[in-house]
Design a binder for this molecule. Sequence first.
Ligand SMILES: Cc1cc2nc3c(=O)[nH]c(=O)nc-3n(C[C@H](O)[C@H](O)[C@H](O)COP(=O)(O)O)c2cc1C
Length: 249
Amino acid sequence: MASLCRVGPGPATSGSGSAYCRIMASVERVEYDGDGLSESTVAATPWDQLTRWLDAAVERGRQHGDVPEPSAMSFATVDEDGHPNVRVVLLRLLDPRGPGFVTDTSSAKARELASTPYAAATLAWPALFRAVRFRGPVERVEQEVVDGYFGSRPWDSRVSAWASTQSAPVSGRDELERAFAEFAERFPDRGGVDDVPVPPTWGGYRIVPDEVEFWAGRLGRLHDRLVFTRVGAGTLADAGPWQLSRRQP
Ligand SMILES: Cc1cc2nc3c(=O)[nH]c(=O)nc-3n(C[C@H](O)[C@H](O)[C@H](O)COP(=O)(O)O)c2cc1C
């Protein structure tokens, strides 16, 4: 039987109906030569470890320019059929209860959270060979916090929030641009934080983690994985509710 998967760039299309599989051999293999993470260096709480790594990612981006969005976070939900869905959001709201983000509460993710209020999320900083994973129930962020954040966005981003019903089908780019122009005229830029009112569907969600994993890439793929698992009530900044364990890479 012919091999179903060949190594190398391969042809652009599959031949005579045979399966075509491309192994990305042309992509350089990267050794993960990071600092690692050990039981003796990990912080006493998930909060301290998370803020330490977040600060390092921001600083790394400032110095080397290779972490353009340190707060970009993959956020996974499941739909009504139990099928997973994942998208990137920005970790804009962070407090010791957990990581939060803002979004359109009429979006697909919002519908999914309404039926299954649990999520998983990952922050990954490949330049530092580090990632953080969160799992847990999801709650709405207090509306006054979300509204306060809205005012900090640039004027055009605030107008876009009105022009888009996130996740709904749209006939084409023209329709979006027409909607943007309409709302731009309705809410002109006067340089104020309240030029654009907060759209009624603007909202935020927070994962309240029951598990936080810190992953540190090491040479030869023998990575470190240190996991804080919730064993009691409390925040990320409390040492009591968390049990630390190591997982195999
Ligand atoms: C770098 C990056 C940042 C993003 N930030 C957000 C965000 O903060 N909030 C948001 O709703 N969508 C954000 N998006 C868009 C989402 O990935 C997604 O397209 C959108 O939320 C609709 O997802 P849904 O249809 O599953 O609800 C971002 C996308 C990228 C690539």
